[in-house]
Write a protein that binds this ligand. Structure first.
Ligand code: CDP
Length: 214
């Protein structure tokens, strides 16, 4: 039986994670947070004293560590050498270095393979920067969430995080390897004035048009 994937892309704090979780609950999907995988690699490098901008050092590290992508309940998990770093993934130092790690093509290649593997076992909703453009370009269910920059910075501040999202967005949009783009055929939703349920509702309406019993 073949599975389907809902791809949700967009810049930082555009509401992707919250909406993806609501959709996963509502439709019985596995929620895959691809950003957590890049964050886990940034955390692993920092823990080992490797400069996230040192591509050769990061690649060498990735050859040495065990990376296990799995799931707990209906959400994806990642462990590095048997340890789940979930509690560390939104630390300021990870926010500040994840875009550098994510610009390394070998890192992307490895993590994209892990991301694609989730679809072999279940229907999924995956959020990130390149899900509709690179990871699953053939899915008919692509969404791009955006929001005004001041709304997005306000959301991050409300979460108590020091996160230079404009700088992260600049790096993510201008890198050579799989930059953040609006994927071809994606439905664009401006979430500035919408709450999470409002965004989920807009996506569900589109899925129904595509024949998903949502
Ligand atoms: O939650 P937020 O949107 O702030 O970020 P995230 O989804 O956790 O992603 C963190 C970082 O990982 C992004 O700024 C990108 O540099 C990178 N990323 C990526 O390059 N490709 C993805 N599919 C997902 C995340």
């Amino acid at each position: 039986m073949s599975h389907y994937v809902i791809a949700i892309d967009g810049p930082a704090a555009s509401g992707k994670s919250s909406v993806a979780k609501v959709l996963a609950d509502r439709l019985g999907l596995v929620y895959v947070n691809s950003g957590a995988m890049y964050r886990a690699m940034a955390w692993a490098a920092l823990e080992r004293g490797i400069d996230p901008g040192d591509a050769a050092g990061v690649c060498e590290m990735m050859g040495r560590i065990a990376i296990d992508c799995g799931r707990e309940g209906s959400a994806s998990t990642i462990a590095v050498d048997g340890y789940n770093p979930a509690a560390h993934l939104t630390e300021d130092r990870v926010n500040a270095s994840v875009s550098a790690i994510a610009s390394i093509p070998e890192v992307r290649e490895r993590l994209v393979a892990e991301q694609r593997a989730y679809l072999e076992h279940s229907d999924i909703v995956m959020e990130g920067r390149d899900i509709g453009s690179v990871v699953f370009p053939d899915t008919p269910f692509k969404f791009y969430l955006s929001a005004r920059p001041e709304v997005r910075s306000g959301r991050r501040r409300a979460q108590g995080q020091d996160d230079a999202i404009e700088e992260r967005d600049r790096q993510d949009s201008t890198r050579a390897s799989s930059p953040l783009v609006i994927p071809e055929g994606a439905t664009v939703i401006d979430t500035s004035e919408l709450d999470i349920d409002g965004v989920a509702e807009a996506i569900v309406a589109k899925l129904r048009e595509g024949g998903i019993a949502a």
